[in-house]
Design a protein around this ligand. Structure first.
Ligand code: HEM
Length: 641
């Protein structure tokens, strides 16, 4: 069961290697041979992501040399696998006379077109069409993760195919209309499947893994908590947390020290989500407390379980004797105890307050989701409440951190995008903190995030299991099929996107609507789609735009000299293999002070959401505009449905 998810591992992957617009030879049924174009020089279509700013120095230590050799071997292995997929080695042949005949004719040099016609005829004559099938051996994929081979297989087998490993098989979906059918049109017929099994130890029946009635009830309770006023208040929180990161970077810039940005982004988003969900300040940017370590222990365990070949944690005595499992249990206990304390504190606050609960209810001292849920009289067991809080902590932490990490990586590859972005931020923000009003104005910054989410979707694959028989793309499927919707493939489909692998925020016009799954007809799914779409889409969009804007207006970022190439690996989201090491320098150009007014979230002096010394006066106009629905203006599409 756990082995299933090892398909989600990511190998080192290029950003610019998949540019050739190879036409997928769409197989309508199981086939024998297919054409495939490889590069004339026979080079791998999977070079590693190597940042142009890495100085390309020769290795100066044995360690570097070993890594380089390892990388070359990995590239070679990927090239070999690519060629093997192309050769049809993994294609499951049709059985029967026609298949034998086809193979024989193929060897005699009969043209492929004629053979295809023959196969089609065979399919029709057999009745139901069969999903194209590739058979893989774990050995073929070897130490490398499976994510990019999925792209390669998609180019060969088309928008839906079956991938079989020994007794297990998966349907890989990369076709927008099939994704739409699963996620929206017939969503009731699909559950979270393996994902729920893997995440059970940490999320229980929280909103991400939950299905059926539990999911319906919890979604109804939680979505209202992320109302417009709450998200508006969060903008100040994003600003304050990012300011703490700016201070760190300022110190590094003074000391001339390079920084590892991936870990900083992880800490930034942990600090934000802790406050936003249950009013807890992890303060992880400053301290490495026990609770921060506990959160990371649990997160890493969830990721490791998702790529483990066997579900070792299900072995009864294993969790008692394995030091690692004991550590995980202790970490979970610490987090659960902390959550219980926070729930108790919050309950007392709610009992004492006189505030009437209403649609946009928010306690200024504690605007957290937990506070909203308790004040709403949410009738729920403490275990369920903990599961939901834990789910949001995880869902809203690593995703946003990964988006920021890859955005900064992408910006380092395109200096012209960076300077356009800095110009916009200078003119919109000057040197004050961002407000809700600015979210409409930071159009280019939003496009940079949209484009980063296209190239590096978090998570890169959505997991489902069919609860009943269904038809997908004209093929019948059975109940109990495990399905991976490859968002990565959808977002990089060479038929749909011009220069699919290019980081080009300009592909989204500034005066056009904010791209989402609806206006892109499920070719673009950064926050999923249908009833299970992300509840934190607006939160996350504003969070990443605020952090991005505040950082680039203060600093320039470059890949550090001698830094390892930026390559991908994955757990639930896409991580770098060796971090994102950057040199941060203060911008010499003073920011332009704009003639803009700011809106301030109303709050008393003790409110943690008070604007920290904005340079401009607040404006009632800003507050009025903040109340407007963004989606009406095509800016943001919240999940509140
Ligand atoms: C850039 C950051 C984020 C990205 C890219 C992202 C992406 C996604 C995606 C793709 C899904 C759909 C999963 C599926 O269909 O299987 C999802 C679901 C979810 N997300 Fe997010 N998310 C982000 C931030 C957040 C934040 C900040 C929160 C909480 C405040 C959050 C809470 C959730 C929850 C609770 C679900 C499950 C919804 C349900 O099943 O009903 N996410 N997210």
């Amino acid at each position: 069961m756990a082995a299933n998810l090892s398909l989600l591992q990511l190998p080192s992957v290029p950003t610019h290697s998949l540019q050739s617009r190879i036409r997928a030879k769409k197989l309508k049924h199981t086939t024998t041979t297919f054409t495939y174009s490889t590069r004339p020089n026979g080079s791998s279509r999977y070079p590693t992501i190597t940042c142009s700013y890495s100085n390309g120095q020769s290795p100066d230590s044995v360690d570097d040399g070993v890594k380089k050799v390892k990388r070359i071997l990995e590239e070679k292995k990927r090239a070999e696998l690519s060629a093997r997929i192309a050769s049809g080695e993994f294609t499951v042949e049709q059985s029967g006379f026609l298949s034998v005949l086809r193979n024989g004719l193929s060897k005699l040099g009969v043209p492929t077109e004629l053979l295809d016609f023959l196969s089609k005829w065979n399919n029709v004559s057999e009745g139901q069409p069969k999903i194209p099938e590739a058979k893989g051996a774990m050995k073929a994929i070897g130490g490398q993760a499976f994510f990019i081979p999925l792209y390669e297989l998609y180019l060969t087998y088309g928008g839906i195919f079956r991938l079989t490993f020994g007794p297990k098989s998966f349907l890989i979906v990369s076709d927008p209309s099939i994704a739409k059918h699963i996620l929206r049109e017939n969503s009731k017929a699909y559950s979270k499947g393996i994902l729920a099994e893997i995440l059970d130890f940490v999320m229980g029946k929280g909103l991400i893994p939950a299905d059926g009635e539990i999911w319906r009830v919890r979604r109804r309770a939680i979505v209202p908590a992320l109302h417009q006023k709450y998200v508006t208040a969060m903008i100040s929180l994003f600003g304050q947390a990012t300011e703490r990161l700016c201070k760190k970077l300022d110190a590094a810039a003074s000391d001339g020290e390079d920084v590892e940005m991936e870990s900083f982004f992880s800490r930034l988003t942990l600090d934000i989500i802790g406050k936003a969900v249950f009013n807890y300040d992890f303060d992880s940017l400053t301290n490495d407390t026990g609770i921060v370590e506990a959160v990371y222990t649990v997160l890493r365990e969830a990721e490791d379980r998702s790529v483990a070949p066997i579900p070792f944690w299900e072995i009864p005595i294993w969790k008692d004797i394995s030091p690692r499992q004991r550590k995980v249990s202790a970490a979970l206990k610490l987090i659960n105890d902390t959550l219980d304390d926070l729930i108790a504190i919050c309950k007392r606050m709610v009992e004492q307050e006189e505030l009437q609960f209403h649609e946009e209810y928010m306690n200024e001292q504690d605007p957290s989701i937990l506070h909203f849920l308790l004040a709403s009289g949410d009738d729920v067991s403490s275990k369920q409440l903990r599961d939901d809080l834990m789910t949001m902590l995880i869902a809203g932490h690593e995703t946003s951190a990964a988006v920021l990490t890859w955005t900064f990586y992408l910006l380092s590859t395109e200096p012209s995008v960076m300077s356009k972005l800095q110009n916009e931020v200078d003119s919109v923000l000057g040197d004050r903190f961002p407000t809700i009003d600015d979210m409409k104005k930071l159009k280019y910054a939003t496009r940079v995030i949209n484009e980063s989410l296209r190239l590096y979707p978090q998570p890169p694959v959505l997991i489902r299991r069919s609860l009943e028989d269904d038809m997908l793309g004209g093929y019948p499927i059975k109940r109990g099929e495990d399905i991976f919707i490859s968002v990565w493939n959808l977002h990089r489909c060479p038929d749909h996107w011009v220069e699919a692998d290019k980081f080009n925020p300009e592909r989204w016009p500034l005066d056009g609507p904010n791209p989402n799954e609806i206006n892109q007809d499920f070719s673009y799914l950064p926050f999923g789609g249908g009833p299970r779409k992300c509840v934190g889409d607006m939160f996350a969009s504003f969070e990443t735009v605020v952090a991005l804007s505040m950082l680039v207006r203060r600093f320039n970022f470059q890949i550090a000299v001698g830094a390892p190439p930026v390559e991908m690996t994955t757990g639930a989201t896409i991580h770098t293999t060796e971090g994102l090491k950057m040199t941060v320098t203060r911008r010499t150009k003073p920011p332009i002070i704009p003639t803009l007014v700011t809106s301030v979230v109303k709050g008393d002096d003790s409110s943690p959401l008070k604007e920290p010394s904005p340079t401009m006066a607040s404006s009632s106009m800003g507050i009025l505009e903040a109340d407007q629905q963004y989606d009406q203006q095509g800016q943001i599409s919240p999940a509140h449905s």
